[in-house]
Design a protein. Structure first.
Length: 430
């Protein structure tokens, strides 16, 4: 009899708990839906007023003003232009961080939108258009929305939420520090110490309403390389009197691709070598003295990374020598592998299924894109997922980092829901 009474009390307690929890979600959902138009307006503002890495001064000011109005403890100037807001719940507990990247790209927008970017700036001494061509404008707006919603529900927060608005995800200008690395260096994961971190990336090729994720290695390690090729200058009419660095460069580029196609075990993981910029010469009838190749290597496996970098060093030097010149490579690591902590991922996927619907949350394969969110994940457990931003029914997506990149505003509401509920579920699961 005592056992039956105890069981009944336990069941009643569980019913009470779930009823209260459902009511909590209903209240928060109402606030999220109420703020959707504001989130869209914020996104349009940031899209129309983009700023390049380490120069996001006006962006940071607007973010900081919003967080201060919400009554948060706000830090500015973190990693040059970063903003951090701290929201303490009414109950003690762990600390969860939510991150949004805030920088734009040196891309001239080609879309015909009422909030199209007309901004221009100097990038590497070249005048260029500036555009949120990777969706960071949506990330900022989503996290500002999450901050507003959670600030109204501190009584339901068991712990602390740290909002990290990070500059220079696309990489700081040459010769400067920046991004997640610098934020960590300046203590963004301390005071209070972060226990877990969540991040998202909107995706132009995934339909609105869908969420994609992967446990473990999700995005690639990214290296930037510069190949310095030395030849011998001569008149264009007498190539035999010199050593042509442009010809050598072409042979090096061709050779690099054989490292991928003939030496890398692509059954194990994907890998990419891309040369994105070639600089050489000043006049049509002069074979120049030097050439510079700038590019990127993407890897998902440490052993493959080591092999590819070693073979590139060897191949560049050997090919140049074979044609009478010389070549060396300078390396810069931009990101490590974006690694979703398996235990944290397993814990939080039900939350995503709860807000999006189980059929809309699916696993994905690793991508060769890179993310400096990975540096946060080296320090604390992290979970990074992809949010649909393509209008349902579209047959054409608009690739990231291109002048035609486009995102459907309707995709952001799910982002606000997901980040809000991830925070609450993680903290309240203690």
């Amino acid at each position: 009899m005592k056992f039956k009474s105890l069981l009944l009390l336990t069941l009643l307690a569980n019913v009470t708990f779930y009823t209260a929890n459902a009511q909590m979600e209903k209240d928060i959902l109402k606030d999220i839906e109420k703020i959707e138009s504001q989130v869209i307006d914020w996104r349009h503002y940031f899209h129309q007023n983009p700023e390049l890495s380490n120069n996001e001064f006006n962006t940071a000011k607007k973010i900081a003003t919003h967080l201060e109005k919400l009554g948060m403890d706000v830090q500015t100037g973190v990693a040059i232009t970063g903003v951090v807001g701290i929201l303490k719940g009414d109950m003690p507990g762990k600390v969860v961080a939510l991150r949004a990247d805030i920088d734009a790209l040196p891309v001239t927008e080609r879309n015909d939108l009422p909030f199209k970017s007309e901004v221009t700036a100097k990038f590497l001494d070249t005048e260029t258009g500036v555009m949120h061509a990777c969706g960071h404008d949506t990330h900022i707006a989503i996290l500002m929305g999450v901050a507003e919603v959670l600030s109204k529900h501190k009584d339901k927060i068991k712990g602390t939420v740290k909002f990290i608005f990070q500059p220079a995800e696309e990489g700081p200008p040459p010769g400067e520090e920046g991004g997640a690395k610098l934020m960590i260096k300046e203590g963004v994961l301390e005071n209070p110490k972060v226990d877990a971190i969540f991040g998202l990336h909107i995706n132009s090729g995934t339909p609105v309403g869908a969420i994609r994720y992967k446990s473990g290695g999700t995005m690639a390690a990214v290296e930037r390389f510069v190949v310095n090729v030395k030849g011998k200058q001569t008149h264009g009419s007498a190539p035999w009197a010199g050593v042509d660095p442009i010809l050598i460069s072409a042979k090096i580029i061709d050779g690099f691709q054989t490292i991928i196609s003939r030496e890398s075990n692509l059954v194990q993981e994907a890998a990419v070598i891309t040369v994105g910029k070639i600089t050489s010469g000043v006049r049509f009838n002069i074979i120049p003295e030097s050439a510079e190749l700038i590019g990127t290597v993407r890897t998902l496996d440490p052993g493959m990374r080591e092999l590819i970098m070693r073979r590139m060093n060897e191949m560049a030097a050997d090919i140049a020598k074979a044609y009478g010149g010389s070549a060396t490579i300078e390396w810069q690591n931009n990101t490590v592998v974006t690694y979703n902590d398996p235990a944290l991922t397993a814990q939080m996927v039900p939350t995503l299924q709860g807000v999006a619907g189980e059929e809309q949350v699916k696993t994905m394969k690793a991508t060769t894109g890179g993310e400096d969110f990975s540096y946060f994940q080296e320090v604390v457990p992290g979970f990074y997922f992809f949010l649909g931003g393509m209008t349902p029914g579209n047959t054409e997506s608009f690739p990231h980092h291109t002048p035609d990149f486009k995102i459907d505003d309707k995709g952001m509401l799910l982002g606000v829901k997901a980040m809000t509920q991830l925070s609450l579920d993680y903290l309240n699961a203690q």
